[in-house]
Design a protein around this ligand. Structure first.
Ligand SMILES: Nc1ncnc2c1ncn2[C@@H]1O[C@H](COP(=O)(O)OP(=O)(O)OP(=O)(O)O)[C@@H](O)[C@H]1O
Length: 330
């Protein structure tokens, strides 16, 4: 059964189309990612699916309930963790959870059980009685996740769950999201513009740009659509010899010489890389350095949109990595 079914969902703000006839389904128990740059339309999709925003056109079913006909039942069956923190920092973690559980009419005994349970899921049991104003950014995020779980939602929406957090905290949040998905079977739909996050966490990813889905697949399915892995060798001469020898192999897709470097685009590198060494050795060609890169989701995004995710435009990639990437994408 599908946790979410979306049919041609559209949102216009005046003349501007923020979400343009988007259709996809999320299976029960799936961890599904909406990946795209700032302004792509991810939050607008989440806001429509969580009944915060009326669609201009299209339909959706969430946890078996129709978005337009049963918005109340949709709300009862979902949890939402927003981009902007919405905790009461003057209360303790436990008090925040108490308050939220009461809003869902969860009785006092059951409340205690559930609060203990969700605190365990996010690893905050020993910090529950500290004021939230003394929590770190990562702890606040984890408390928000715990709060979103308190009424046992069938579907959990996470809008940029690790925005602005450091790498270590981000990884810890990822593990908590994975655990709750595995242990509770909660279907999760999250938005992110972090490629690594989508790759690490999601069973499937929809890449969104300018309000449209431009690709939808598993992370490996998305990456496999590219040309192959790039092995970049620095060798001391013998380019023609080694190119001819490697060029006979069916797993070699392309060989490009660039100064002292030879870029070999191959499939199945784990299996085939020893053969490259062996060939060079047999021909008496010395390899002074070797570099290897697999296609990343960022490469997929570049191929699909012709640009890197806009937030990352400022970060400079090394010339070599850039060059290798272009080889893989051609
Ligand atoms: N209430 C609104 N009125 C007018 N335009 C809006 C409104 N809400 C969003 N938009 C526009 O719709 C587009 C999609 O915005 P949205 O917030 O969904 O993008 P996003 O992919 O979630 O980006 P981010 O990663 O920055 O959150 C943007 O161009 C945004 O400016």
């Amino acid at each position: 059964m599908s946790a979410i079914i979306i049919k041609e969902l559209t949102k216009k703000f005046g003349e501007f189309t923020a979400v343009d006839s988007v259709s996809f389904s999320v299976e029960t128990g799936e961890l599904f990612g909406l990946l795209g740059p700032n302004g792509a339309g991810k939050t607008t999709i989440i806001n429509m699916l969580t009944t915060l925003l009326l669609p201009t056109a299209g339909d959706a079913e969430i946890a078996g309930y129709d978005l337009r006909r049963d918005p109340g039942e949709v709300r009862n069956n979902i949890g939402i963790i927003f981009q902007d923190p919405s905790l009461d920092i003057g209360l303790t973690g436990r008090e925040n959870l108490e308050f939220h559980a009461m809003m869902y009419n969860i009785g006092s005994d059951e409340r205690k059980i559930r609060i203990r349970e969700v605190l365990d899921v996010v690893g905050l049991a020993d910090k529950a009685d500290i004021l939230v104003e003394n929590y770190s950014g990562g702890m606040k995020r984890r408390l928000e996740i715990a709060r979103g779980l308190i009424h046992y939602p069938k579907v959990l929406f996470l809008d940029e769950p690790t925005l602005g957090l450091d790498a270590q905290t981000r990884r810890s949040i990822w593990n908590h999201i994975r655990n709750l998905n595995r242990n509770y079977g909660t279907s999760v739909i999250l938005t992110t513009h972090y490629m690594e996050e989508a790759d690490y966490l999601c069973d499937r990813i929809a890449i969104i740009d300018h309000g449209k889905i431009i690709a939808l697949d598993t992370p490996s399915g998305l990456k496999n659509c590219l040309r192959g892995d790039c092995v970049s060798l620095t060798i001391e001469g013998g380019f023609d010899l080694i190119s001819a020898a490697l060029g006979e192999k069916e797993w070699v897709r392309e060989i490009i010489q660039n100064g002292e470097m030879l870029d070999v685009i191959i499939s199945d590198y784990e299996k085939n890389i020893p053969y490259i060494f062996q060939t060079a050795g047999n021909l008496g060609i010395g390899i002074s350095s070797i570099n290897f890169s697999k296609p990343s989701l960022e490469d997929v995004f570049i191929q699909l949109t012709g640009s890197i995710i806009r937030e990352q435009e400022g970060s400079r990639l090394s010339a070599r990595r850039d060059r290798m990437r272009r080889r893989m994408l051609r």
